[in-house]
Every structure is written in C-alpha cells, then in structure tokens.
Design a protein around this ligand. Structure first.
Ligand SMILES: [Zn+2]
Length: 216
C-alpha cells in the first residue's frame, strides 16, 4: 500500500490510491455497502480526483454505483453544512433534544447501584464460603452483574462521547456565520461521521446524529 501510493506516472507525478484524506473510510456505497476509494484519474492530460466503490473497482459487474468526483463531494459537503446553518433553529432544537436524551440515558446512579449490589454479593459470597454453604446462585448473579456492569461502563463512555459530539456541533453552529463558502477539511474531520453515495444524492451523516441529503 505504501509503495502503491508513492508510485509515479511518466511525468513523475504520484498516482494510485491515497489513504490520508479527510473523507478516507467515510464514503460508503448505497448499492453494495462497500467503502469508496480515492483515485487519481488522468484522462488525456486532464487530472481529476474521483471516488469509486471498491467492489466496482474490483469487478464492474458486481456493483453499478456511480463515480463521484472529489470536487462534487466537497461542494455537497459545503451545501450540507450550509443547509444545517440555514436551518440552525430546527437543527438546534433537534440536537438539544438529542442531548437531553443522551444525558438522561447516561444515568450515573445505575452504575452506582450496580457497584453497591456487587459489593453486597461479594461479602455474602465470602460469608457463605466460610460457613460452607452452597453459593452457586450467588456466583451466577455475580457473573451476570459483572457483565451488566461492563455493559453499563461501556455505554456511559459511549454516551459521553455522543454528548461531546453534539456539544461540538452546537458550538460550531452557534459560532458560525449563516453560511460558509469554502470547503474546509478540518470541518469534515470534526463533524462528519460518513457519506453515503446514492444514485441521485449524497447522504451526509454527522457525528451528532443529524443526516442531510444533498442532490448531486
Ligand atoms: Zn458498491
């Protein structure tokens, strides 16, 4: 892969795949679900950068997805951001309600309660071991709670990330002018989760959970 991306054409220019790009691993195919790959095209001296479905690259008969130029992808991204900024009241409302739900779900009390029950069970386990009483039922509950505990801890972390992303987008919307005019790679990295290439439109899914479709 490293060698491939540094291969040069007859004019000494780099060609082939390039991996380190804002949209890398984000563009997916509506038809087959595969990722799109970024390619340098040189068509009779006219150089363009395009994105094509990996399945289609490997076998044209297995996927009919269209090719999208990077310029189109960038334009559509700017439009999606502007759509969000232009309707920021509506999106802000949606985001704020997402945020409330996320906060409600990340209930720290449930983790606390679980930990407390776990302490009780472990004490009881020690007592029963000392008195030689059967403790199979206890061991079972402890195992079940431990699984639940791991789940809860993981969910809380995931929810914290989710909250952070929503807050980031809220902050972005509040700090921006009503529209942006230039494509900004940093915004992709910060806000975008994925792009789905569909026949008639591009679907931008933002990290905050907002989805915006742009006809392109
Ligand atoms: Zn495909």
């Amino acid at each position: 892969m490293a060698r491939r991306s540094s291969e040069r054409d007859l004019n000494g220019r780099r060609q082939g795949f390039s991996a380190n790009h804002a949209f890398s691993h984000m563009v997916t195919c509506e038809c087959c679900g595969e990722h799109f790959r970024r390619l340098h095209w040189n068509n009779r001296g006219k150089k363009t950068i395009v994105w094509r479905c990996k399945t289609r690259l490997e076998d044209k008969t297995r996927c009919m997805a269209r090719t999208v130029s990077e310029a189109t992808l960038q334009e559509a991204f700017v439009e999606a951001i502007n759509e969000m900024l232009g309707n920021s009241d509506e999106y802000l409302k949606k985001l704020e309600s997402n945020l409330k739900t996320a906060i409600h779900l990340a209930n720290p009390q449930s983790a606390e309660a679980l930990a407390e029950r776990m302490r009780q069970l472990q004490q009881e386990l020690i007592d029963r071991t000392e008195s030689g009483t059967n403790y199979d039922d206890l061991a079972e509950e402890i195992l079940r709670l431990r699984e639940l505990q791991e789940q809860t801890v993981m969910d809380d972390a995931a929810k914290a990330v989710h909250r952070e992303r929503i807050q980031e987008l809220l902050h972005f919307i509040n700090s921006q002018p009503r529209t942006i005019t230039e494509f900004d790679e940093a915004l992709v990295k910060k806000l975008l989760e994925s792009v789905k290439v569909c026949d008639l439109f591009l679907e931008f899914r933002f990290k905050s959970g907002v989805t915006i479709s742009i006809e392109k």
